[in-house]
Design a protein around this ligand. Structure first.
Ligand SMILES: [Fe+2]
Length: 246
């Protein structure tokens, strides 16, 4: 599993920031929480963030919530990633088996597509390039695909005073993929929403809260479960609280 942990002979000074901040802890622990400042240093091509983040104001209501909730908005797009090439795939449904999503899985779910300007945003491109690099670096050569299939979700969870939002209503789960990357876009008038990581015996191995824009969690979906606690509105008189993430 741990494919890129530097051997003891590798001098510390030859390790790259990508290895030190992200790849080595991810390979060792099966997950890593990278705070925004470190993520900025790993995403030198990140530009036009404000326009990218503003696109979370225009998402469609998720009508597939088996708990009847209408607190989640989203858009969806898929991409092929290989080396320097990023290409958007035709719009398609999102499918998870009930093995992985006992609440909302087992059916094809059609969500609104990413807007064209979001799908071609340089901010998204920088993020997808980093994800492709990490997935490739941490996957043994014999198991690397010719290109990665990247399922990309824009999520917005809303919390009312009397109805908390649920970032992961299915609870503790795996997504049925190889790698998961969750990036905070912004929080407005909400508290809590702690993310926890559990091993395959469901024992807690880590927890953290994504708070600042660009706070990020990378997860090896083959090795750990993840889930986030409910989200509470902070100030009752202010507009509905929301948490947006990619
Ligand atoms: Fe997930």
């Amino acid at each position: 599993m741990s494919t890129i942990v530097p051997p003891p002979s590798q001098p510390e000074e030859t390790r790259s920031p990508l290895q030190t901040l992200l790849e080595n802890p991810l390979a060792h622990d099966g997950f890593v929480f990278v705070q925004a400042e470190a993520m900025h240093s790993l995403l030198p091509g990140l530009t036009q963030w404000d326009q990218f983040a503003a696109s979370w104001n225009d998402l469609g209501v998720d009508l597939y919530m088996a708990d009847g909730g209408r607190y989640r908005r989203r858009r969806y797009a898929t991409f092929s990633l290989s080396g320097e090439t990023i290409s958007r795939k035709p719009h398609q449904p999102h499918y998870q088996s009930r093995d992985y999503n006992t609440l909302n899985g087992g059916i094809e779910r059609w969500f609104e597509p990413f807007l064209p300007e979001t799908a071609t945003s340089p901010a998204l491109e920088a993020i997808l390039r980093l994800v492709c690099r990490v997935a490739t670096d941490l996957t043994p050569p014999a198991r690397r695909p010719g290109s990665w299939h990247a399922e990309t979700h824009q999520f917005r969870i809303e919390a009312q005073s009397d109805k908390p939002g649920h970032p992961t209503p299915e609870g503790l789960h795996r997504d049925g993929v190889d790698w998961v990357c969750v990036i905070m876009i912004r929080r407005e008038n909400v508290a809590c929403g702690e993310t926890s990581i559990h091993d395959l015996n469901r024992q807690l191995v880590g927890s953290f809260t994504l708070t600042q824009p660009l706070d990020t969690a990378f997860v090896n979906d083959n090795r750990v479960y993840h889930g986030s606690r409910r989200l509470n509105r902070t100030t009752p008189r202010a507009p509905a609280g929301a948490m947006c993430w990619l």
